[in-house]
Every structure is written in structure tokens, then in C-alpha cells.
Design a protein around this ligand. Structure first.
Ligand code: CUA
Length: 187
């Protein structure tokens, strides 16, 4: 008590300001550590692919025609998955990929901005009409992931989602090997 009464109001203010500075510095350091951890641990990557496409002609010709959508296995065993995100669905509605190999998603939109996110993985990108979003990843274990649209794209937004089914490589070859562009959409 004696200490308190001898301190001038100004000292008390200085002291509490200093304490507050430490708290704020601690919070900033914590947030920074979380960003570094998630960046390194989850291999988070900014969607940095700048590749343009004519959004009004996607269905007429080229890479994003309907017959070319889905999973294309490359000679080296990796996979390219082409997806169209549109109001209010993804095509294909069910994406199937082999486990334990490199997977490249290429996604675009013919209408408005959508979101492309595969739950439980580092896949997370905006899908902007006029651009091709490209995300590289790898699924180590077989399983299912939900794939909701996470950018508000008008009234049907909350109903816009798809699934990603990861199957092991031999199962993939057996069940989907016959399809030039595989998907699990109609099964
Ligand atoms: Cu598409 Cu929200």
C-alpha cells in the first residue's frame, strides 16, 4: 500500500501502458507463430497461378468442355483434375483421385466468383471467372473430403458443394482406369 501511495498517477499509467505493450507484443508474436506454423506444416500456398481464359466460351471448346472435366491420369501416375465451378454446382459433382500421388486441380468459373476448398487439406482457392485457378496437392490416405463453395455466389451458395473421394492407386486403376476422364459423379 505504501508503494501505491508513493507512486504518482503518471507512474501508474506508465506502468499499465507498459504491461499492455507486453500483452500486445505477445499476441502479435503468437499470431505470427501460428501463420508460420500453418504455412510450413500445412504447406499452405497462395493461389498464385495467373492464367486467363475466355469465361464466355468454356463450354464451346478447349480444356473445360464437359467431356474433358474430371480426373486425367498422366503417364507418370500423377493426376490432373479439371473442374468447373458454376452457379450452383461443381462439375463433376464427385471427384475421384488416386492416393499417394501428385494431384493438380485446374478450376475455372463461367459466371461469378466461387470458392474451391477441399476440407482437411491445403486446397483452398478463389475461382474467378476469366482465370484458371491451379492448386497442387497430394492425398496420402484414402478417404472422403467435402468440397464446399466458400465464396458467397448468390442465393444458391449454401447448396453448392461436391465431394472428393480418394482411393488407393490399384483401386483407382481397377474401378476408374477405363474412363479417360474419371469421376464418381454418377455412381
Ligand atoms: Cu459458388 Cu458459393
Amino acid at each position: 500500500m505504501a508503494e501505491l501511495s508513493s507512486a504518482s498517477p503518471r507512474d501508474v499509467v506508465d506502468q499499465s501502458e507498459r504491461r499492455w505493450t507486453y500483452v500486445v507484443a505477445g499476441v502479435v508474436a503468437f499470431v505470427f507463430a501460428v501463420i508460420v506454423f500453418s504455412g510450413v506444416h500445412w504447406a499452405a500456398q497462395p493461389p498464385s497461378n495467373v492464367e486467363t481464359i475466355d469465361a464466355s466460351r468454356l463450354h464451346l471448346s478447349g480444356e473445360f468442355m464437359e467431356a474433358n472435366l474430371g480426373t486425367e491420369v498422366q503417364p507418370d501416375g500423377s493426376a490432373i483434375v479439371r473442374v468447373v465451378a458454376q452457379q450452383y454446382s461443381f462439375v463433376p459433382q464427385c471427384i475421384v483421385v488416386p492416393a499417394g500421388t501428385r494431384v493438380v486441380f485446374r478450376v475455372t468459373s463461367p459466371d461469378v466468383v466461387h470458392g474451391f476448398l477441399v476440407a482437411g487439406t491445403n486446397v483452398n482457392s478463389m475461382v474467378v471467372p476469366g482465370f484458371v485457378a491451379e492448386v497442387r496437392t497430394r492425398f496420402d490416405k484414402p478417404g472422403e473430403h467435402v468440397m464446399p463453395c466458400h465464396e458467397y455466389c448468390s442465393v444458391g451458395h449454401e447448396g453448392m458443394w461436391a465431394r472428393v473421394k480418394v482411393v488407393d492407386r490399384s483401386e483407382f486403376a481397377r474401378a476408374y482406369g477405363g474412363q479417360p476422364r474419371a469421376s464418381c459423379a454418377r455412381q
